[in-house]
Every structure is written in C-alpha cells, then in structure tokens.
Design a protein around this ligand. Structure first.
Ligand code: F58
Length: 838
C-alpha cells in the first residue's frame, strides 16, 4: 500500500511539475506571489524588502528541492557510487539567492518576472543577510569546491558547523574596529532543511574501560561524562545548469533532554535549563582567528562535534544502504580542509574498532585509505596543537588511540631513520619538548593517503621545510593543487556588465570552461573592443563610487585609478606597507604640488581578529590617514583613501569588478596561495604583487608585462633573516620612507595622541618580522611602473583584457578536476529528475 501511494504522489506530482516548480516566467511569478501572500502574509504593495527577498528565495528553493532529493537518494546514498566528503569547520557560502538563480540558469527570467511586478532584482538581492560562516580564504575554497563538484555532477557532501553567530560584524568608532554579533539567522535562512531524523549523539569526557564482549574478545568502552545531540541542517548546493544539487550538511548542537526535570521539580528552573545552554554553546559562535589557533576547550569540542557527526552520518547511511563496513573507503573519500578536522582520524578508528569490531590493523588500513589532507598555511602559529592533558580530558578514548597510532607510526619512522633520534622527535605525533602537545598536522600526515598544498610554491615549501621529514618517508603522498575560484560567482554573478560584453564578444560557454576566455586575446588589439572594455569598467567603477558615497559620504572619482587591498588584516599581508606608500605619495604631492600625478583612490577592506592588537592598530592607522588626506584640500582630491567597513562576500562582489590595481603584497613565503588575487585578475585588474603563493602562477599565466612584480623572493627573505636583518638601515637610507614614518611618529595622523602608533613604527624599525622596510623601495618602484602604464590608457586596458583572457587556469572547476583525478577518484552521476524515487 505504501509503495502504491508513493507511486501515485510521484506520478501526480510530476504531472503538475511544470506548473508548480517550472522555470518559466509565469511559473516563477506565480510561485513568488503565492509565497508573498500565503507564507509572508502580505500583499505586494505592502511587502517589505525582507518579505520580497524571502518570497523569491522560497520560490527559487522550490526549484532546487526535487533536484536535491534526487541527487541525495539516487547518487549519494546508492551503495556503489563513490562520494566525496569534505570536512571543513568553515564555509564561506556568500549570499545564496543570486548564486542559485545563476546556477539554475534563470537570471533573465527572474529579472523579467521581478520587473513585470515593478521590483528591481538587485534590491531584492541586497536584502539578503549572508551566512558568514568563515574567516577567509579557506572557507571560500570549501564553498567553491562544493560548487565545482555539483557543476561536474559528482555526488558530494560538505560537512560543517551551523554557527548561530558567524564572523563578527565590523564597524568603526573613531577609526577603531568595533565587533558586533553577526545575527545572520535572525530573519531565518530559507536555504536549509532541518533533518531531525538524522540526528546523532556525541560524547565528551569521562573515562574508558576495557571489557570482554560476548565472544570473550577485549574491547574498549567509553563512558562519557557528557552527551549531546547533533541536528543536521541541509543547505542546497546546485551545480551550474545541471540537475545535481549536492548537500552541505551543517550541524547544530542541542541538549539530549533539554529539561532536567529533577532540578525543575525542586524549583531550580535555571539549573534545569543550564545543561541545554551549555550544550548549545558548542555551535554558538565561529572563532574569529584566521591564522592562529586559540587553544580553547570549546574550539576542540566544536571540531570533534562536527567531525563525529559527519562520520557517524556516513557510517549510518552506508550501513543502511547495505554496505560492508570493510569497504568504507571504497564508498567515501574524506578530504580534511586544513588541520582543524584532523580529530576525524582517531574518530574513524574509534568507530571502526570500538563500535564496528574491526581489528586495529584493518581499521588503520581503511582509515589511511579514506583521508586526504589539505594544508592551507605556512605560518607556524597556524599549525594546530592541543595539550595532551586537555585532549585526554575531553576525548579520553581518542587520546589512547593517538598514542597507539604514534607507537606504530614511530616504529615505521625508525626504519627510515634508524639513528636519527632528533628526526623521530620532530615526526612524533606528540611534542615532548616541554608541556606535552598533540601535533595535529603530524596526525593528519600519518593518517592520510594524500597531502596537498594549495599553490606550487607552498607545496614546495611544505616539502622542503614544514613537513620535510614526512616528505622523506612518504614522498608519494605529496601533491599540489593550486586553488581556484568559482567563475559563476566570481565573474558571472558579480560582474553582469562584463559578462554581457564577454558573451557578446566570444559567446557563452566560458562559464563552464574558463579556458575559453583565451579567445578574447585577439580583441586586445581591437580598438573598438578596447573602447567597450573601458566603457564597461567605467560604469562598474561608477557603481562602486556611488555605493561608497551612500555609505561613507566620501566622493571618489571614477576616473582615478582604483587601487584595492581587501583581505583579512594581518602583518604578513602587509597592509602597513600600503599605508607607508600612500603616506609617501601624499608627502610628495604636498612637497611638489605643481608636478603631474596619477589620481588614485585607495580602497581597503578587511577584519582584524578581535584579540590581534597590532592588526587593530593598523586599521586605526588606515582610518586616521584617510581622515587627514581626504580632508586636505591642498592636494586637490588627487588621492582618496577609503576603508569599507564589514568586508564580506556581499560587499566584495562590488569591489572586485571595480578594481584597476589589485594589491597582493604579502611577504614572500607567507601566503599559502591567496584567492582574492584570482578574483581581481579574472575581473580585469592588474596585480602589484610579491613572488608569493598563487601570485607566481597568475603572473606566469597573464604574462610578466601585465603584472607588477616586486620584493624579495622567499629564499631571499630567509637568507636576509639568517644573515641578520636590520630594518633600521632602510629607514636611514630611504628618505621618503623615513619621512613617512616620521610623519606618523610626529603625530601628523594622531594629533591628540602623538605616540599612538609607536608600537607599530617601533616594530617596523627594530624588528620587522615581515620585512616591510626591506621591500618598501622596490614596492614604490613597482607602483611607479603601474602609474606609467596607467597614463597610456589603451595599453592599460589591453593588459586588463589579457588578465581576464588568461585566467582560465584558476577556475575551481580545474582544481576540482585535479582533486578528482589524483585524490578523490569519484565519477560523475547524471541525475534524471524523471526517475521515480523509492
Ligand atoms: C588561507 N587560510 C590562506 N585559514 O591564508 C590563503 O593563502 C589561501 O589562499 C586560503 O587559505 C585557501 O587555500 C585560511 O583562510 C583560516 O582562515 C583558518 C581558519 C581556522 C583556523 C586556522 C586558520
């Protein structure tokens, strides 16, 4: 009976399908008006921006559900298809509505539907509150790779955390960064479906016990002191113009029984809800550090919480579909997005050995065949380690498993390095140099079959320094996967004007095969096209100028060079190098007012980790410099400085397309890859950059004439440091650098507090870990080169065209294909939504 019923509704449903969830103008309009009335309870003329956004979002979501259900049931859950599992504590999804409209291929229809109703689509998109569930680049690639997997029709699940509060919202008060809670869920999030029936239980604390099972074999029981529930929320990840809609499954922590009746009965209401509050704290907030790890208990609990939810979920649905646990690694390949999900390795061992009764060696074999590990950093402070005591207290069984893995792993290492106690000590999963720590990166290397960096230089540096000894034991595990960005979001969606021009010039098709942009190259010689290119850029810059004026009341000239530095604020990313350049230019204009100058607008954006004092001081310095320069009428508006607050995906979408010059100025050997560099360049910006991360590969592709290179190379940074670096000599030798620093130190930008920026300037003069002083002179030279090219506007436009034309390599589709070919080995599965589901 049940089966018949199922057939019937599927049949009826399919009959009405085109009216109900079709992609026609009428269907979309009807859906939208229905939602407005029945769901939002309003008439069109009384609807608020939020009503309109929610109604359109639900209308689009309806068009994803069936595709998603089919992908999940027909591909992901099928026993024999291989599924890519992505484990990441962060996903930078960005606003969803526009992106999903583009991927469904209905941008024009939706625009028309809205227009017919007198609604401007852009203002609907502006009403969305984005899920800010990431710090920066690492979360961005996680989101791009899910998009790529869906677009290539490969079944995949991303697992992560549904933080109630995402990355803090940034505002400025008197130039200082202020952090506010990001309540991104306050109006509801229309792109998720709660899945109560797939909830799992997670244990913490307590102790372990060795017991005998029914057949007399010894096994370990973990008796926890705390248990909580993980509730999954599925977010749709549609591919571009295909039926595949993969799943991003985000977990929320809840108390198992939210009410402690015993306490309640004795009148302790607050005690009764206490447990609920403390369980739910686990997924309350995203830690706002981008390149260092806070050794907080809650952070470890977050990590374990989501990876345990994920692995239990995989094991459950594999066993439900009749899989044999010994084939786990055939069904799933699990990619660790950086070191923070590494606790998944002992967790899978625990599930296999303690819960599924698999023998240790076999379990280790399965585990090692399951995991791939991506490293996103070169900064030692970002290599995560946990005190043995703390890890043992929160996860006593995992600590035992880690010790067992280490014992066997070090025996293997000794075979490679028989008499090298020192090397064995650095390879050990336990750091015993002082207080004992578990080295999570070492655990990840030991437990994965693949280890990859995210750009060529970084992978080489991992092999020769950071993970050198692992490389000598397991050279075959190491590989490089240069990052990429999703062309649908980072070009099509955000740069409609350029997209139109590209479509008109080389036709469509490049969105799925970015190498096709190559056919734009000959147009760089075509004056008519060059003029069009310039006209489009001008309009885009007008849009941004208008937004800046509305937001900050600063007038910027769209004819000036838009020189942009947006990313997290960090000393290694060297926003202060940019500030020193701006000050020296300002000084030059004031000293020689009658010379001619290139008018420039310097735009900054980015958040500082709330506890990172130097980064916050850099923000204050930028805002102080902006205040002085923007109000100095003697320089005739030749330069303007703007700091756009609360840099996030939404406002970055206005920023990237409008850039003339992209600033990628990290100290060489510090930026693992960078992905902002790619977003700028594909939108036609020229780069001024160091020989670092993916800059090197971008320059290789776009050509050295179309890229302003400067600064020390990674090996030069290293040898200068080793030979005794003295930043003060650069201060003595370079007059404009000296004047710029003196202006800061004399209180020019902080008249009420002369010494405000001393910690920053002292650091530069006497320590300068990131070699700002050493690179200043060459940086100014590269900037002058840029100004010369800018003065020949056709030559600049040509270089800009060539940047876009030659960025094909940096599509995340290429990166995903390489992951699939070398690591994941999963195939595409075409989804037919006419298939009946059982
Ligand atoms: C970034 N890392 C790298 N980490 O800095 C950047 O060069 C690279 O392009 C990008 O990854 C993608 O590969 C990064 O964003 C974090 O935000 C972590 C958050 C969790 C704690 C450790 C840092």
């Amino acid at each position: 009976l049940h089966q018949n019923f199922l057939h019937q509704i599927t049949h009826n449903f399919l009959k009405q399908h085109d009216d109900r969830i079709g992609l026609t103008l009428e269907a979309i309009k009807d859906g939208f008006l229905d939602y407005l009335f029945f769901n939002r309870g309003t008439y069109p003329d009384q609807a608020t921006d939020q009503d309109i956004y929610q109604a359109l979002a639900m209308t689009i979501r309806d068009r994803l559900v069936q595709r998603w259900l089919h992908t999940y049931k027909k591909a992901t859950m099928e026993k024999d298809t291989r599924v890519v599992i992505y484990l990441s504590a962060e996903y930078l999804m960005g606003p969803q509505l526009g992106h999903n409209i583009v991927n469904l291929g209905v941008r024009e229809v939706v625009e028309k539907a809205m227009n017919d109703l007198g609604i401007d689509l852009q203002s609907v998109l502006d009403a969305e509150v984005e899920p800010g569930l990431a710090n920066g680049g690492l979360g961005n690639v996680a989101a791009s790779y899910l998009d790529g997997l869906s677009s290539l029709e490969v079944p995949a699940i991303g697992y992560g955390i549904r933080y109630e509060f995402g990355l803090f919202r940034q505002s400025f008060s008197n130039g200082w960064q202020i952090e506010e809670t990001d309540k991104w869920l306050q109006f509801g999030f229309p792109w998720e479906i709660q899945q109560f029936d797939r909830a799992v239980e997670i244990k913490f604390g307590g102790s372990t016990q060795r017991v005998k099972d029914e057949s007399g074999n010894e096994k370990v029981n973990w008796i926890p002191s705390e248990e909580i529930k993980g509730i999954p929320y599925d977010v749709f990840v549609p591919g571009y113009k295909v039926n595949t809609v993969n799943t991003l499954r985000l977990w929320k922590a809840e108390a198992i029984d939210s009410f402690n009746f015993q306490s309640f009965n004795v009148g302790d209401y607050y005690g009764a809800v206490d447990k609920k509050v403390s369980s739910e704290n686990i997924t309350k907030v995203l830690y706002p550090n981008d390149e260092s790890i806070e050794g907080k208990i809650l952070r470890l609990k977050q990590q374990y919480f989501f990876v345990s939810c994920a692995l239990q979920d995989c094991v459950n649905f594999f066993l439900e579909s009749g899989g044999n646990i010994l084939d786990f690694h055939e069904k799933f390949v699990v990619q660790l997005n950086d070191t923070h999900p590494t606790i998944a390795i002992p967790e899978l061992m625990r599930i296999l050995v303690d819960e599924q009764g698999v023998a240790w060696d076999e379990a280790w074999h399965i585990t090692q065949k399951t995991f791939g590990y991506t490293q996103h950093t070169l900064l030692p402070e970002a290599l995560e380690k946990w005190p043995v005591g703390l890890l043992g207290q929160i996860l006593p069984r995992h600590m035992e498993i880690i010790y067992d893995i280490n014992y066997k792993f070090l025996n293997l290492a000794r075979e490679h390095f028989p008499n090298h106690q020192e090397i064995i000590r650095t390879l050990s999963l336990i750091d015993e140099t002082g207080e004992k720590y578990v080295r999570m990166a070492n655990l990840a290397c030991a437990g994965s079959f693949s280890i990859n960096g995210v750009a060529n230089l970084q992978t080489e540096l991992l092999k020769s320094y950071t993970l050198k000894d692992f490389y000598s034991i397991f050279p075959e595990k190491f590989n490089n996967k240069t990052n990429g960005i999703a062309p649908r979001r980072w070009l099509m969606l955000i740069n409609n004007r350029l997209t139109q021009l590209l479509d008109d010039t080389i036709g469509t098709g490049w969105e799925k095969d970015l190498d096709q942009l190559k056919s734009l190259e000959p147009f760089a010689e075509n004056q008519d096209f060059v003029n069009k290119w310039k006209a489009v850029k001008k309009e885009i810059k007008n849009d941004l100028a208008q937004r800046i004026f509305e937001q900050q009341r600063v007038k910027v000239d769209p004819n000036s060079m838009f020189d942009i530095l947006v990313k997290r604020i960090h000393e290694y990313k060297r926003q202060h190098l940019k500030v020193l350049h701006i000050i020296s230019l300002y000084r030059k204009i004031k000293d020689n007012p009658n010379e001619s100058y290139v008018p420039r607008t310097f735009i900054f954006g980015g958040k500082a980790a709330p506890g990172y004092r130097m980064a916050k001081l850099i923000i204050k310095l930028i805002n102080s410099v902006a205040e002085v320069i923007n109000n100095d009428s003697s320089i005739n508006d030749l330069i303007k400085v703007v700091f756009i607050p609360n840099y996030n995906v939404r406002n970055s979408q206005w920023i990237y397309p409008a850039a003339d010059l992209s600033e990628q100025i990290s100290t060489a050997g510090k930026e693992a890859s960078g992905t902002g560099n790619m977003k700028f360049s594909v939108n036609g910006a020229l780069t001024v950059g160091t020989y670092d991360g993916a800059n090197i590969e971008i320059r290789e592709e776009v050509g050295s004439d179309n890229f302003f290179l400067f600064g020390l190379k990674a090996d030069e940074v290293k040898s200068l440091k080793e030979s005794g670096y003295n930043p003060y000599t650069y201060y003595q030798e370079n007059e404009s650098l000296r004047k710029a620093i003196d202006m800061i130190n004399h209180g020019y930008f902080s008249p009420n507090e002369r010494d405000l920026f001393r910690p920053l300037t002292d650091h530069l003069l006497y320590y300068d870990e990131y070699m700002v002083m050493a690179d200043f002179t060459d940086y100014v030279r590269a900037q002058e080169e840029a100004e010369q090219l800018w003065s020949q506007s056709d030559a600049w436009a040509k270089a800009s065209i060539l940047n876009t034309a030659r960025m094909g390599k940096f599509s995340s589709d290429r990166t995903v294909r390489e992951y699939l070919r070398d690591i994941w080995k999963a195939d595409a599965v075409e989804i037919n939504i006419k298939d009946t589901l059982h």
